[in-house]
Design a protein around this ligand. Structure first.
Ligand code: ZN
Length: 779
């Protein structure tokens, strides 16, 4: 039907989806409660009242629209009166003319404001105001702002009551104000409680804690409350291609909590409709009739949907539910501090949870299910639908992980005993995906092995030094990342587990910690000290940060190869037009994504000269870049062929400055630039890798696209199949190979970059060839 949109979800308002909701009897009444204060246009309305906004540890107020979740408030300020007057206006529908700017607020947003309700829940990602009055109101616990926020709620509700204003104030029990306060709450307050919910029932301690909080609120209000739950694939659970099919958990959860709740909003973002379809169905069934047996309802679904294939499909789908609730979303790991919830790392996900063997087994089970249903029957088509929506994306995601792992291996920074080569940081999760270099500044990092310490130099271009935001902080202030700063991440033992983070702001303050990776989460220990020598100084183009980490602080350092990353937080007073976050590794999903860091080390000297196209052309030629002796004999480097456009070196679009090479083809073939690779030795293993960007590359024959061609004794193509085509931003291509017997014996080996059987434009940058260690015998 029309509501089945698969991955290409563009329509927010979808008539088919609404019809489906009607059929399921979903959503009897929507009561608004979702960060209502963030929709009331305060940033614009109170530009002249900075004191209304939260005071930050760097001295600024949270009235900068460029900040994440902007407009955090000082709840001890005059904003209290404004909130009250707005609530009164919203509830009475009168006096809008006396509230200038409120008419421009997002009052149409059904979820936050509609007749009879005033949602006064704070902006998301609650940022505590650091003013003296607010600090005094905080308590020493996880939900430190409970008294402050519920105090405000009660004050407003009581005033509305005293003035005979009809309707209700809605407020959510949410981090950090979910604890039930001691003081009474009037009955014109409606309480929603945010809890992670149905996916965490197997984590007994967490489930009991959440339920006791819900029960405490129902008891306090002397009536049922309603819930906001998170059965959604966001942030660390985004995981494209993994089914979040959990109807049994959903049914059991809401049936169990029915005595304390009158409803719930189940947040359920997903990459595919069919992952969530049965979750929604069970929620609707149980919400409508609490007496239904959830497991019998799921069993009925299998029977009616798949007929003769029901038991085989039950095996497949129940396993998906079991995996999601026990090994992915609801995964619990034992730590020194007790059990802790943490989704698996990509490595665990694709090697242990959804191992290649399991994917093969599921495929066999789908074959069996299809055979059990009559050929061409509705049941057989339904089995095929689930195969297409559940198995195929899983297989594609598994293959994509293996490709990415290969690419990550190609990101290597060779270190010597003095500063030599440089790596450049790129915008991380850039704001401007169509023009990724807009609003970007350059950051260069050098690193080397000194006699006593590992040295790092960050050269940060900063054209607006006077607008940077950073304050002098005491050592190990964990808030330092909010300043204009750089961060160094090191995993010296290369164990993908224990790593160190050193943060330095542009005022010269620093913080460091050691961390232990647990799945996608990390445990922090700020008591660890790198004893690093840190210098921050102005430079000609901005500022320079030097960090020397003594070897004594890096036990087990694998000098040949260890994981690391470099990041930058560019924080100016106005963040709207600039890229703020930068990273060396383009593969990370977050700054602590250790498994997708690059590698540093002494091994693997690059074998190609000018792989980053940084050399200027020779003075006597527009197409020769490289090292020459005094008689113009070519030593090493890179040469473009005679046919090549002389503007092939692109100084505007590149992965690492100052240039990339750009191949343009309208004839089905372009390229033929090359290096001679005298250092390639027969029988040795190598990794060749490069960055590639494409614009409208269209094959003119099957299998055409952008490719690196290496000739040792015969042509090899990297990649060998499925050449990249289309339009794509920079990606790393990385491949391992063994040089053939006879390499470099009769003719020199050559590397060419080319568009093969394709038209369009391809950019290549950072071409790197390194020798790998010999494999131990027998592998
Ligand atoms: Zn305050």
């Amino acid at each position: 039907g029309v509501y089945f949109e698969g991955e290409n979800r563009t329509a927010v308002i979808n008539p088919g989806k609404n019809l489906n909701s009607y059929r399921l009897r979903l959503g009897t009444t929507s009561i608004p409660c979702c960060h209502g204060l963030s929709r009331l246009n305060y940033l614009e309305r109170f530009q002249d009242k900075p004191e209304y906004f939260a005071l930050l540890s760097n001295g600024q107020r949270h009235n900068n629209p460029g900040l994440p979740h902007p407009g955090q408030l000082c709840y001890s300020s005059g904003i209290r009166e404004e909130i009250y007057q707005d609530a009164k206006t919203l509830l009475t529908g009168q006096g809008l003319e006396k509230r200038p700017g409120l008419e421009k607020a997002n009052l149409w947003r059904f979820r936050e404001h509609h007749a009879g309700f005033a949602d006064i829940m704070p902006q998301d990602s609650f940022t505590p105001c650091q003013c003296e009055k607010c600090k005094k109101a905080y308590t020493d616990e996880t939900h430190y702002a409970s008294d402050l926020m519920w105090g405000l709620t009660v004050e407003i509700a009581n005033r509305l009551k005293a003035e005979n204003v009809p309707g209700c104030v809605t407020m959510m029990g949410y981090r950090p104000y979910r604890r039930v306060p001691e003081f009474p709450i009037p009955d014109n307050v409606m309480v929603m409680v945010a809890q992670s919910g149905p996916w965490y029932m197997l984590d007994a301690a967490r489930h009991e804690q959440e339920n006791s909080e819900i029960k405490a609120w129902a008891k306090k209000m002397n009536q049922k409350v309603w819930l906001w739950n998170y059965a959604n694939k966001l942030s660390s659970l985004a995981m494209p291609g993994i089914p979040a099919y959990t109807p049994r958990a959903i049914g059991r959860y809401y049936q169990k909590l029915a005595p304390w709740i009158f409803g719930a909003f189940v947040e359920s973002e997903s990459d595919r409709f069919l992952y969530m379809a049965m979750n929604h169905y069970l929620f609707a069934k149980i919400a409508w009739d609490n007496s239904l047996n959830p497991d019998a309802t799921v069993d009925e679904f299998y029977r009616l949907m798949f007929g003769p294939a029901a038991s085989e499909m039950q095996l497949i789908l129940d396993r998906f539910e079991d995996i999601w609730t026990s090994k992915v979303a609801g995964r619990v790991v034992e730590t020194a501090l007790g059990p802790m919830g943490s989704p698996p790392s990509d490595y665990d996900l694709w090697n242990t949870v959804f191992s290649p063997a399991l994917l093969q087994q599921i495929s066999t089970e789908f074959d069996r299910a299809e055979k059990l249903a009559a050929t061409g029957s509705l049941e057989a088509q339904r089995v095929q639908l689930f195969r297409r929506e559940y198995l195929e994306p899983l297989q594609q995601a598994s293959a994509a992980y293996r490709d990415k792992t290969d690419a990550v291996k190609g990101l290597h920074f060779h270190l010597g005993e003095a500063p030599a080569s440089t790596v450049w940081l790129r915008p991380f999760k850039g704001k401007n995906s169509t023009e990724p270099d807009k609003g970007k500044v350059n950051t260069r990092v050098q690193a080397f092995f000194g006699p006593e310490a590992l040295h790092f130099i960050f050269d940060c271009d900063e054209p607006a030094m006077d607008q940077t935001v950073a304050v002098a902080r005491k050592f190990d202030d964990p808030e330092i990342w909010k300043d204009n700063s750089v961060e160094l991440f090191l995993n010296p033992s290369n164990d993908r587990k224990t790593y160190y983070q050193i943060l330095v702001n542009s005022q010269g303050s620093a913080a460091d910690q050691s961390l232990v990776k647990l799945g996608t989460n990390s445990q922090h220990d700020w008591s660890w000290n790198a004893n690093a020598e840190i210098n921050v100084a102005p430079s000609a183009t901005g500022f320079r940060v030097e960090i020397a980490v003594p070897y004594q602080s890096l036990p087990g350092l694998e000098r040949e190869q260890f994981r690391a990353n470099f990041t930058r937080n560019r924080i100016l007073a106005d963040l709207r037009e600039i890229e703020t976050l930068y990273s060396w590794s383009p593969f990370i999903r977050g700054f602590h994504d250790l498994e997708n860091f690059g590698t540093l080390g002494s091994s693997r000297q690059p074998l190609l000269v000018n792989g980053d196209f940084s050399f200027e052309p020779a003075p006597w030629s527009a197409r020769h870049w490289g090292l020459w002796d005094e008689k113009r004999n070519w030593l090493e480097g890179w040469i473009g062929s005679n046919e090549l456009d002389q503007n092939v070196r692109d100084l505007e679009i590149f992965f690492s400055p100052p240039a990339s090479i750009r191949l343009v083809s309208t004839t089905g073939r372009a390229g033929v630039s090359y290096w001679s690779v005298h250092k390639l030795q027969p029988g040795k293993r190598y990794r060749i890798s490069y960055m590639l960007k494409l614009d409208n590359v269209t094959p003119v024959k099957g299998g055409g696209g952008a490719v690196l061609n290496l000739w040792d004794v015969a042509n090899r193509w990297f990649p060998a199949h499925n050449l990249p085509s289309g339009t794509a931003d920079w990606t790393r291509q990385s491949f391992e190979f063994t040089a053939a017997p006879g390499t470099n014996q009769e003719k020199p080996s050559v590397i060419r970059l080319t568009l093969l059987n394709a038209n369009g434009t391809a950019w290549f940058d950072d071409v790197e060839l390194i020798q790998l260690e010999d494999l131990p015998a027998g592998q």
